[in-house]
Design a protein around this ligand. Structure first.
Ligand code: MG
Length: 173
């Protein structure tokens, strides 16, 4: 694409950011990046409340100029009740590719005191990449606590941030 300010040809690259948060619900299973954590309290939500998958969906939709997760997967829509994060991601990536974009990379941060994801990080990142039909190296996953601050610090719930870069398939002319 041509830069409007310089007239130079640039690859058609677009960034997107996503954020999600869910409150703990001990009656539900915990799914993060498609992996179940059987010993941990789950998260409340209309679908499986996978905060990592949801933040990533929002980042992808944002980068592609397609709005947000609520527009494409409205709460209350029976089609997506209890849906797994992986199915939302797969459906999102179809929309992104229909717009002419491919994923370059995604970087995600889980925010919370627990669970500790270090032993599972590789599997979780691979789950996300598989759902996106992207190579494993395209997805990076990390985690942080808030040192006791805020809702995540009080162990009331979990949050996640995601950042993606998309590249247009028709680049440059
Ligand atoms: Mg959510």
């Amino acid at each position: 694409m041509t830069s409007r300010t310089t007239g130079l040809q640039w690859p058609d690259i677009r960034c997107g950011s996503g954020f999600d948060a869910h409150v703990f619900d001990p009656q539900r299973p915990l799914f993060l990046a498609g992996l179940e954590f059987p010993e941990e309290p789950g998260l409340k939500g209309h679908s499986d409340a996978d905060v990592l998958a949801h933040a990533l969906v929002d980042a992808l939709l944002g980068a592609a100029g397609l709005g947000d997760i609520g527009r494409h997967f409205p709460p209350g829509d029976p089609q997506w009740a209890g849906a797994g994060g992986s199915s939302l991601l797969a459906a999102t990536m179809i929309k992104v590719r229909t717009q002419g974009y491919e994923l370059m990379n995604a970087d995600l941060t889980l925010i919370g005191e627990r669970p500790k994801i270090a032993p599972h990080r590789k599997v979780m990142a691979a789950n996300l990449a598989r759902a996106l039909d992207a190579p494993p190296e395209a997805v990076n996953l990390k985690a942080t606590t808030t040192e006791g601050l805020g809702f995540a610090g009080r162990r009331e719930g979990l949050a996640a941030l995601a950042c993606v870069l998309l590249i247009g398939r028709r680049h440059p002319e």
